[in-house]
Write a protein that binds this ligand. Structure first.
Ligand code: NAD
Length: 250
């Protein structure tokens, strides 16, 4: 098993890619704390994992709250003894040009997508140091690499995640704490369904622009996150793993 003996904390783990990662990490031998603002869905997933014999605990976590982050890290250490892995996965999307983005939407998107990753990393580093090292996997996006016609605040937030990851890698490399970013293209989750709900033609246009001719599956991102979280990626830090069916290769 690829995460045998590891303890992981995953944000935004109640549904979507975070939930798939929580299940995969448990299958690979990790003990997992996963947090989200969706308490009902989180508790349901905790019960599902327990039924399959895995060890995972859900906690209410709003990634914009430093106190919630501290409680989540403390829970990992008190329940499972340490913290080796942090996946900063929680995120929201906003669909508007720079001109049409409201100040409230800007603050909300940057608050969850960028400040949330900062607070998660800030809270976890002490526990990782205690554990003798660790791996931080930050979920950015292809929108953290290239601009888009509509996702202004989202672009800005995911670009911030990309460089915060590199700063973390540079600052804590000597302490065996690695940090890498993952850049998915469109992946079939509720977030993407919501974006294309009212616009089938936009969906077809996006798919036509992807060399593999389809959106990705959450499992295809989770496998990459698993690799970066594991010791198999021991000499990788500050890197960007693109998972987009070839979209940004063009
Ligand atoms: P999703 O909406 O299915 O899941 C996101 C989860 O984050 C939800 O469970 C939600 O409740 C949680 N969340 C939102 N705000 C939160 C907060 N303040 N505190 C804690 N949790 C919060 O979306 P997903 O597609 O699984 O997205 C996961 C990550 O992947 C996000 O960071 C997203 O930006 C990124 N991403 C998604 C895609 C895609 O196409 N789906 C592409 C690139 C990057």
């Amino acid at each position: 098993m690829r995460l045998e003996g590891k303890v992981a904390l995953i944000s935004g783990g109640a549904r979507g890619m975070g939930a798939v990662e929580a299940k995969l990490f448990v299958q690979e031998g990790a003990k997992v704390v996963f947090g989200d603002v969706r308490e009902e869905e989180g508790q349901r997933l905790e019960a599902e994992i327990a039924e399959s014999g895995g060890e995972a605990v859900f906690t209410k976590l709003d990634v914009t709250s430093a106190d919630d982050w501290q409680s989540a890290v403390d829970l990992a250490v008190s329940r499972f003894g340490k913290l080796d892995i942090l996946v900063n996965n929680a995120g929201i999307f906003d669909n508007a040009t720079v001109e049409n983005t409201t100040v409230e939407a800007w603050d909300r998107v940057l608050g969850i997508n960028a400040k949330g990753v900062f607070l998660g990393s800030k809270s976890a580093i002490g526990a990782m140091r205690e554990a003798g090292g660790g791996s931080i996997v930050n979920i950015s996006s292809t929108a953290g690499l290239t601009g888009s016609t509509v996702s202004s605040a989202y672009n800005a937030s995911k670009g911030a995640v990309r460089l915060l990851t590199k700063a973390t890698a540079v600052q804590f490399g000597s302490e065996k704490i690695r940090a890498n970013s993952v850049h998915p293209g469109p992946i079939e989750t509720d977030m993407v369904k919501q974006v294309f709900l009212d616009d089938e033609s936009l969906r077809d246009e996006r798919i036509a622009a992807i060399p593999q001719g389809r959106f990705g599956k959450p499992e295809e991102v989770a496998n990459c996150v698993l690799f970066l979280a594991s010791d198999e990626a021991s000499y990788m830090t500050g890197s960007e793993l693109v998972v987009d069916g070839g979209w940004t290769a063009q």
